[in-house]
Design a protein around this ligand. Structure first.
Ligand SMILES: *Cc1c(COP(=O)(O)O)cnc(C)c1O
Length: 379
């Protein structure tokens, strides 16, 4: 079955009691047993919920895994994965991670005796020098935020496999429409379903997808034991969102390309970061592992200062100034003062995050209106 069909049909079936074509929101905390221990497979709703089951099965199918495990947010999903580890274990992660992931690693799990090393992974062979006998997990994001770097998933997976280390890929930016890390050799995929999977900026949700029975068992155990489960209404919203992922992503990609080209030709724009350009440093890897280049991009101004950036950030009308990404509506953001404000300026600049760097999550509106909006704001 092809992805577009899976997105609509995988995991869901008409409700057996009524024939309702949409998976009902099972808003219940418990299930009545006909005799002690005799039940229909559902005992208590932290452990099992039919709305969540449908979503978990759908997610497993669309990522090419065997099991989906849902959590109350993307970071709750990350928390669940880290709980696979023991004190003394080491994690190697890319150095341009989502800020919240960096925070849970360094501010929460370091306190429990887990060590994190942050390295550049644009050349996967960098991994070799940092792997020790304690390394149990490699964690990467691709494309990265906000500079849209691309990391070679298959090359990292090959090194991880040889050394018996788990590879986890945060697939939030690409979504399963553009990239399937499990098929490229990763062991674990994590999503903030808050973004493209949900797609409508109306839910916070997270998911883990795996293809190994034992790993799935451990993650279900953590999901149930620690209890960071999503509510059934949120599961319903994500299930509803993914039914249109393919049509939304198609438009995100088309609009993304149109806007990236427009920005690149604008006399006030210094540089555009978008993996679809043939001169993007990792374009060939993007072409190899992704089916399109998406609607996320960043750009800098020739007039590289905060005031020039601020004029644009407060000058758009269709692009709303907000954190987050992946919804149908276009968003504009400023890493230096928003998502990456906690990083000291010197370090931020060293990592390529210029004062004038502006990030766009291009939505699915009409591209010509979006271009006009940006053109008016850039001036
Ligand atoms: C938003 C985001 C997260 C965190 O997800 P929440 O649902 O906000 O907890 C993790 N990784 C990436 C790449 C994200 O964009």
């Amino acid at each position: 079955m092809k992805l577009g069909t899976k997105l609509i049909h995988a995991g869901v079936a008409p409700d057996p009691s009524t024939g309702a074509i949409m998976t009902p929101i099972f808003q219940t905390s418990t299930y009545v047993q006909s005799a002690p221990g005799e039940h229909k497979g559902y005992e208590y709703a932290r452990t099992q919920n039919p709305t969540r089951d449908a979503l978990q099965n759908a997610l497993a199918a669309i990522e090419g895994g065997t099991h989906g495990i849902c959590f109350g947010s993307g970071l709750a999903a990350t928390d669940g994965i880290l709980k696979l580890l023991q004190p003394g274990d080491e994690v190697i992660a890319t150095n341009d991670l989502y800020g919240g992931t960096y925070r849970i690693f360094t501010k929460v799990f370091e306190r429990y005796g887990i060590k994190f090393r942050f390295i550049g992974l644009q050349d996967a062979s960098n991994l070799e020098a940092h792997i020790t006998a304690q390394t149990k997990l490699i964690w990467l994001e691709t494309p990265t935020n906000p500079l849209l770097n691309i990391i070679d998933i298959a090359a990292c997976a090959e090194i991880a496999r040889q050394k018996g280390i788990l590879l986890c890929v945060d697939n939030t930016f690409a979504s399963p429409y553009l990239q399937n890390p499990l098929e490229l050799g990763a062991d674990i995929v994590v999503h903030s379903a808050t973004k493209y999977l949900g797609g409508h900026s109306d839910v916070v949700h997270g998911a883990v997808i795996v293809k190994d029975e034992e790993l799935a068992k451990q993650l279900y155990f953590i999901q149930n034991s620690c209890g960071a489960v999503p509510g059934p209404q949120d599961c319903f919203l994500v299930l509803r969102g993914i039914k249109t992922l393919h049509v939304r992503m198609q438009r995100h990609c088309e609009n993304g390309e149109a806007i990236a080209q427009f920005l690149r030709n604008h006399p006030r724009v210094a540089r555009v970061y978008w993996p679809g350009f043939t001169d993007h440093p990792n374009h060939n890897i993007a072409r190899k592992q992704m089916r399109g280049f998406g609607g996320m991009m960043s750009f800098t101004l020739k007039d590289d200062n905060l005031a020039a950036a601020n004029r644009i950030l407060s000058g758009t009308h269709l692009f709303s100034l907000a954190e987050s990404l992946g919804g149908v509506e276009s968003l504009i953001g400023h890493p230096a003062s928003m998502t990456h404000a906690s990083i000291p300026r010197e370090e931020r600049i060293k990592n390529g995050l210029a004062d004038s760097l502006i990030r766009l999550s291009v939505g699915i509106e009409d591209a010509s209106d979006l271009i006009e909006d940006l053109n008016n704001a850039i001036g």
